[in-house]
Each structure stands twice: as structure tokens, then as C-alpha cells.
Write a protein that binds this ligand. Sequence first.
Ligand SMILES: NC(=O)c1ccc[n+]([C@@H]2O[C@H](COP(=O)([O-])OP(=O)(O)OC[C@H]3O[C@@H](n4cnc5c(N)ncnc54)[C@H](O)[C@@H]3O)[C@@H](O)[C@H]2O)c1
Ligand SMILES: [Zn+2]
Length: 357
Amino acid sequence: MKVNASTYNVHVGEGVFKALEELLASDKYKNSNIYIIADENSVEHCLPILLDEVESLKEAGVLQIESGEENKNLQTCIDIWGALTDGNVDRKAVVINLGGGVIGDMGGFVASTYKRGIDFINIPTTLLSQVDASIGGKLGIDFERLKNHIGVFNNPQGVFAHAGFLSTLSYEELRSGYAEVIKHGIIADADYWKKVKRTDLESVEDWDDIIFRSIEIKNKIVLEDPTEQGARKSLNFGHTIGHAIESSFLGIEGKHLLHGEAIAIGMICEAFVSYKIADLPLNELDDITDYILALYGKQDIDISDEEGFMNYLKNDKKNQAGETRFTLISRVGNYLVDKQVSQDLIFEALNFYKKER
Ligand SMILES: NC(=O)c1ccc[n+]([C@@H]2O[C@H](COP(=O)([O-])OP(=O)(O)OC[C@H]3O[C@@H](n4cnc5c(N)ncnc54)[C@H](O)[C@@H]3O)[C@@H](O)[C@H]2O)c1
Ligand SMILES: [Zn+2]
């Protein structure tokens, strides 16, 4: 299966490795050196499969970095730029990002800036990176505690999503990525939302179909609005309150929340706001709330420090001129962007989450 994304294709499911082999065999890369950027987990679980499947990668160099968001920083970029420089890597070379969103964001950024830009290809190996991070062209690193603060927009030459890689991912990581799948259904496609709800995460048979549909949805939105003036803001559903929750948990020792776990809470709260001011029917709010709580359980969120929480919300990169704007839904499958929401309503929504079941 293939999705056309402006200048490149996203391949999913059967034939991904053959398509990759074809791209690498094209005239463009005939004499190119290939460097695979990966972390210790994708080296252990994914690299052997990739090398087994794609003959032309046997000679590729492997640059292994340490996994984790805390390494998505300038120092790791310096290490990779340094290794490329030491290896006399020229502008014809191509970088393959084999890993989750950390590898994709940072590997793409490093490639886009090395010698003013060399080609890169994404082989996302987490659900989150397959359905979200590897497409859309946002690349970058964290800087001085600010997430994705330094970066560029640039597209890969191709994305190759192999669902088989998901088998070694922990359930928590899988469920975290699934929050973006849930979001895609809620903002863009009521039928897909039904399928998403029916799927048992512990025994998924058709990952390819899910990954493909999610990529189709994200890709369509990104093509419509690459620089996030309108439609692309729909992808922020659940992320305004979700990011604030994610940030608020960072300060609490031993209480780490994965991105999708925070977004799950954000989606319930923002569905509640949608019910209050965007005419979302009560039964749809209940449906969203029930489903998400059943899948993710209930987190004990502390919102006693209202001002502190509002600061997290206002610090969001998406804000302009200090104003927080929300993406809401008027129905499952229908979004509204740039909605103003009062502080009172934000806390009513957080309290709704706290009180539900
Ligand atoms: N560019 C974008 O549009 C965009 C969108 C969403 C998220 N992101 C970024 O993506 C990052 C999060 O991505 P992520 O959730 O993939 O995190 P990640 O890259 O940290 O991967 C999560 C963990 O899974 C491990 N792993 C990767 N593949 C594996 C496999 N097949 N089997 C076993 N373990 C495996 C990794 O080593 C890591 O420990 C964040 O930095 C976020 O900012 C970017
Ligand atoms: Zn997200």
C-alpha cells in the first residue's frame, strides 16, 4: 500500500522492503553511501530484520545513539555530524532513520543540515512514529528543556512502515502511539473511529490497515495545510490540555506519563469543552470518555495549582501572542480550530476528568 505525500511516498504493509530496495537501487543512489541512524533498541530488534530483507543495506554504516527523549539534543547531533564528517560522508550520501520519533526527528534534522542537507529516508519502528512523527516534515531537537525548540521543516525521500516491528514494542509504548490513532478517528473519520474502538490492542490482526488509514488522514491534512495555518491545527486535538498535563507530570518524581497517555486525558477534557461550547452531543462525549478511560485507566492529576497549570498551557509552542486556542469537535469526524476557551471552562473540563468513574 502506498500513500502519496507531496514529494515522497509512504509505503505500508506488504512490499515495503521491496519498495525500499527499489528506491535505493535508483540512479539517484547508485553510488551513494548509506548510513543508518538507530538506537540500541532498534539496533537490537529492527536492524537484523532490515538487513535480512534489504540486500543493498548490507554494506551500510550504522550510527548507534542512546535511546530516549533526553538524548534528542544538540550534543547527540554533534556526535552524529562528527561521525559523518570523520567518515568523509559526501552530499550524495543518504541517511536512513531506523527507530521511533526521537530517531526520526533528530536524524532528519541532522541530515537536513549536514552540508546544507543530504537525503534521508524514514523507517519508523514505533506505532507513534509510523502513524504520526515520520510524516509531515517536522524535524528537530529539544533545547534547554523546550521540546522541539530547534528544527526545520523538510521531507524525507520515502517512508517505509513495517508493522512487524511493533511486535517487540512494550504494550505501554503501543498504547501511547494508539492515542494518535484515536485522535485521527475523532477529528476526521467517524467510521474509522468505530473500527478504532473495536480493535483489541493486545491482539491486533490488521495493523497495516490501521497504520495506512492513519497515515492517509494525517497526510491529507498536512498536504492541505503544510505550515499549520488552519487544517493542520486539527491534529492538535487533545494536545493543548494534554501537553500541559505532560509538562505538569515532568515535575513529579517517579510519575512519568508517556505522550499518548497525556494526550488521552487531553482528549477527554477537550471533548468535554467541545460538549460545552461546540455542540458535541452528550452521547459522543460519553462514548469518547468511556472508551479512553477503559483503555488508559484513570490518572491522578493534580490541578490544585491553577496558576502553575495555566503557565504550562500558555507556554505551549502552538500559542500566538500569548493566546491559547483550542481545536474542538462538533461531532466525531468534524473539527473546529482556533476556539477560545476560558480558564474556568478548562478547569471544569479537568474536574470532569477527575470525577468521571
Ligand atoms: N515530527 C513530528 O511530527 C512528531 C510527531 C509526534 C511526535 N514526535 C516526536 O516523536 C518522539 C516520540 O516518538 P516515539 O514514541 O516513537 O519515541 P522513541 O523514539 O523514544 O521510542 C520509544 C522507545 O521505543 C524503543 N523502540 C523503538 N522501536 C522499537 C521496537 N520496534 N521494538 C522495541 N523498542 C523499540 C526506542 O528505543 C525507545 O526506547 C518525541 O520526541 C516527539 O517529539 C514528532
Ligand atoms: Zn501527539
